[in-house]
Design a protein around this ligand. Structure first.
Ligand code: BG6
Length: 488
């Protein structure tokens, strides 16, 4: 995990080679993120960023700088101007590369290395569509560029067990696992590191973090946005592969893990992978696939499409800590709100000293711990207190820790920024390991083999109605309501 306070040293000098430099991810996240790191003083003392793309999309160095400037102006957190920008733009260059024709890239990398002098590290970021992954990896191997370098690989890491194995084999033919950084931007969110801090740095919560005290866990990532014209990508992928196998299962690994023997990459990833091994293979009867009404009319979508834009599922973890505690996962497009929440529902006290009225009983009264993974996030403990006054009325209360109001905003790193920095530092803690990825596809196999039919849901809702039965007798945490319980 990240340890900026203990590691004030900037990363070693680097050449960063950005495959897909003209693409959407580079424009929205990578170029603005790298510029933010530069402004925050977190880039190496000496670095160069070499953009690359197929020759058909080649840019000159000047054009690449202008492209980056527009990207930062549109999506960045600070304006691309002044001496910080000049220095950053100066570090950018471009070299096209196609299979069998990588000379412009080779030249650009050599020039960048000559400019820096010494022996800078090489970091390759493959921000390219899955079809291009293996040919780019092969290119890095064939040209010798890969030598001693690290590679950042973007999701999806395969679409099933066989394709994940094939992809890992292709990567390992060129890069050994210690140099592979499979990026999942959810794991770069501050709140993920904070789950570790919360659990393992405090005596307050860890004793409660098990089946004795927790009745159910909910990992909820509803999105308000729809597919935003990305039919080409979405039709072949669907929400389960896009969001669950990657982001939600990764979060689950951190929430459910045993204490690692040390806060270092393999110890953490060992524990995460153990959770994945304890996960029961998914039962399609415990999965609701949904599709928002109107999806089939989106441009580029098959009018009879069976692709899910929503999924909710119940996951069981067969280990000593979590046996019998259901994990409820939900995510989807075009939902009522956009949130990133993990909710731990605490068991009720053994004795009911405070009788509930009918409404409160229907609502349930378990205490909850809610971890909000938004950037910046928050942690809230919900509990019941007595309202002041002569009668024994109970009311909801909350203890709230808010990152945004508790710490200086300029110290925040967004998911991608955090992970780019960790990759430069060579710290793999927050990156997915090949055995973990393969295990998750194994867990997913029964669902992929026999997916239940998609059920329609209205835009702006919380998904198909059947999700309530999926989690009964528990309830989905959202929407948050203010409740007053009374014993009168
Ligand atoms: C991406 C998915 O990985 O994550 C998108 O491909 C999704 O479909 C996005 O919208 C959500 O990320 P965030 O950080 O905005 O919740």
């Amino acid at each position: 995990m990240a340890q900026p306070a203990q590691s004030p040293e900037p990363p070693a000098d680097h050449i960063i080679v950005l495959f897909g430099a003209t693409g959407d991810l580079a424009r929205r996240k990578l170029l603005p993120g790298l510029f933010h790191l530069a402004r925050a003083g977190l880039m190496p003392r000496r670095y160069r960023i070499v953009g690359t793309a197929p020759a058909a999309e080649a840019l000159t160095d000047q054009e690449f700088r202008a492209h980056a400037q527009q990207a930062v102006a549109r999506f960045g957190r600070s304006r691309p101007e002044g001496p910080d920008w000049e220095a950053f733009a100066d570090a950018l260059s471009f070299g096209a590369a196609d299979t069998g024709a990588a000379d412009p890239l080779m030249t650009a990398v050599r020039e960048a290395e000559a400019t820096l002098g010494g022996k800078p590290r090489r970091l390759f970021h493959l921000a390219v569509p899955p079809v291009a992954f293996t040919s780019m990896i092969d290119l890095l191997g064939a040209t010798g560029l890969a030598e001693d370098g690290k590679v950042i690989v973007e999701k999806p890491f395969g679409t099933d067990l066989a394709s994940a194995r094939a992809l890992n084999a292709a990567i390992h033919a060129v890069f050994d696992e210690s140099r592979v950084f499979r990026i999942d931007h959810f794991l770069g969110k501050e709140a993920v590191d904070n789950v570790l801090a919360l659990r393992f740095a405090n005596g307050l919560l860890e004793p409660l973090w098990n089946r004795e005290h927790i009745s159910h866990v909910q990992i909820d990532v509803p999105e308000q946005i729809d597919i935003q014209g990305r039919a080409g990508f979405f039709e072949g992928t669907g929400t389960f592969r896009d969001m669950v196998v990657t982001h939600l299962f990764q979060l689950l690994g951190f929430v459910a893990m045993e204490p690692p023997v040390a806060l270092e990459a393999d110890a953490l990833r060992d524990e995460q992978v153990k959770v994945f091994h304890s996960m029961r293979a998914l039962d399609p009867a415990h999965v609701v696939r949904g599709q928002y009404t109107g999806y089939r009319a989106e441009p580029g979508v098959d009018p009879e499409s069976d692709t899910e834009t929503f999924v909710a599922l119940r996951v069981e973890i067969d280990n000593w800590r979590w046996a019998g505690v259901p994990f409820h996962l939900r995510t989807g497009k075009a939902l009522a709100e956009g949130r990133h929440l993990v909710t731990l529902g605490l068991r009720e006290p053994v004795l009911r000293m405070f009788p509930l009225d009918a409404r409160a009983a229907a609502d349930g009264r378990s205490n909850e711990l809610v971890i909000d993974f938004d950037d910046p996030g928050s942690i809230t403990a919900h509990f019941l207190v007595k309202e002041p006054g002569p009668s024994m009325r109970l009311a909801d209360a909350a203890m709230v820790f808010n990152y945004g109001t508790s710490f200086a905003a300029q110290n925040f790193l967004e998911g991608y920024e955090h992970l780019l920095l960790e990759a430069m530092r060579g710290n793999q803690s927050l990156f997915t390991r090949s055995d973990g990825v393969e295990r998750l596809w194994e867990v997913a196999a029964p669902l992929l083999d026999a997916p239940p039919a998609v059920e329609p849901y209205a835009r702006g809702s919380w998904g198909p109605d059947s999700i309530d039965a999926l989690v009964a007798p528990y309830r989905w945490h959202l929407p948050v309501r203010r409740r007053v319980h009374t014993s009168e």
